[in-house]
Design a protein around this ligand. Sequence first.
Ligand code: CMP
Length: 511
Amino acid sequence: MGTGVTFTDALLAEAKGSWQGWALVMFVATLALGRVFPSRAHRRLPASVWLYSVQLVLLVVTALLTALGHRAVEETRLAQHVILAMAWVGLGGALLFGVILPRTRFPVSRILQDLVVGTAAVAVIAAVLHSHGVALSGLFATSAVVTAVIGFSLQDTLGNTIGGLALQTDGSVRVGDWIKVGDVVGKVTEIRWRYTAIETRNWETVLLPNSTLMKGPVTVLGRRHGEPELWRRWVWFNVDFRYPPPDVIAAVEQALRAQPIDNVAAEPPPNCIVMDLHESYGRYAVRYWLKDLAVDDPTDSAVRTRIMFALRRAEIPLSIPAHALFVTQESEERKESKSASDRRRRLDALHRVELFAPLEDAELERLADALHPAPFTRGEVLTRQGAEAHWLYLLINGEAAVRVAKDGIDTEVARLSPGSFFGEMSLMTGEPRSATVVALCDVECFRLDAAAFRDLLERRPQLAEPIARLLAERRTNLAAITEGLDAEARRRRMESDSSLLFKKMKAFFKL
Ligand code: CMP
């Protein structure tokens, strides 16, 4: 069946009708660019080249059918134009996302690229169909049913796809983030249409369906609003509970902060806390902030080693196994040696207090028996202004501040150092505590109850005078602050107070 049109004429007409010259130029140019920017432009090019080749074949077939006057010419031409349009769109995508946008440093996620190219393809195909007189409304009406059926069967796939799109666009999870989903912890390396790939520290790649990321909780490690990417780590250790927590904490913190450790942030600084007290040991934790989330275990190990050496230097042993059984015979001998060493410590403490210098050994020993150990940690209140008094305190180690509150203003009036005593004012006058005494560091005190103090004064009335003198001095100091006395007024107050107090005391203690 001839038409009078030669194959060559038909071929030229078809080529002209579908702008093959331009298409050829563009393909050659883009392939050349693909060589210059191989990594990015590359992705979309093979498919476009393939489509381009297919449409070339269809072009030849169309020309042949035209020459033969075959009925299927229109359909073949339509197919050729549609495929050529798709090749153009692929080409445009390669140019835009592979060559132009990377130059402008304007990053577009892979899913978004696919979405743009997909939409463009649909639009261009619709335009081609329209130009060939295909009624699109009919196509959409029939395809709505098909879409519903496909949509229903592809629910999961769609969930993943939409999940992937949402993840990409809202930036909640980004490539490079460390995330934890269920038991899996790893670094996000890729967010694809269907899944998000994360690489674990064990050199595994886990492909998490995007719908899982959308449904369940996802922990992004080390991310905190407005803060640098740091991850807080806990390193645990146990220490025999006979070692005071402040000593353990100070030794460990000092060692951790003295010299930087690789991958440990200087800010916030590592800190140590006592988390629990068990039968035979205290459970401690060091918290530090990790800079590179990939090296958690090695950094924990470096921190652990630092802790161990710091404790060794401080002669603080790590706890022995909690199941250890202490078998000690509580013999009379042992009890005696224990109480002898205890008493020695008390006597040592008393020797450090100048007030008791006039006392003889027997008196000191009696006094030592009446002492109660009273350790305080930094910041604790030893006596509180306005409270009822029960004890006299001897400060053996550490430093404390005497503070007075007046009209809502808190003022430090004195510092107490080792060898000083306090709490005498209330015990001697029967008034409430005149000031608050706060430990400025870890403080070791002994306290003497009111009855033992009275007993001491009854036996040694001559102690009353130096105590009264000191008391008057302290009261004058307090008054200077609370009443605003000048130097002369202070001197006069001091003189009158001293003798008055001495009399008051004698009466109070019936000396
Ligand atoms: P008391 O009032 O029993 O309780 C608070 C104690 O703080 C007080 O006894 C004194 O021992 C002590 N104190 C009060 N004022 C001073 C001061 N100016 N200097 C030193 N110690 C003081």
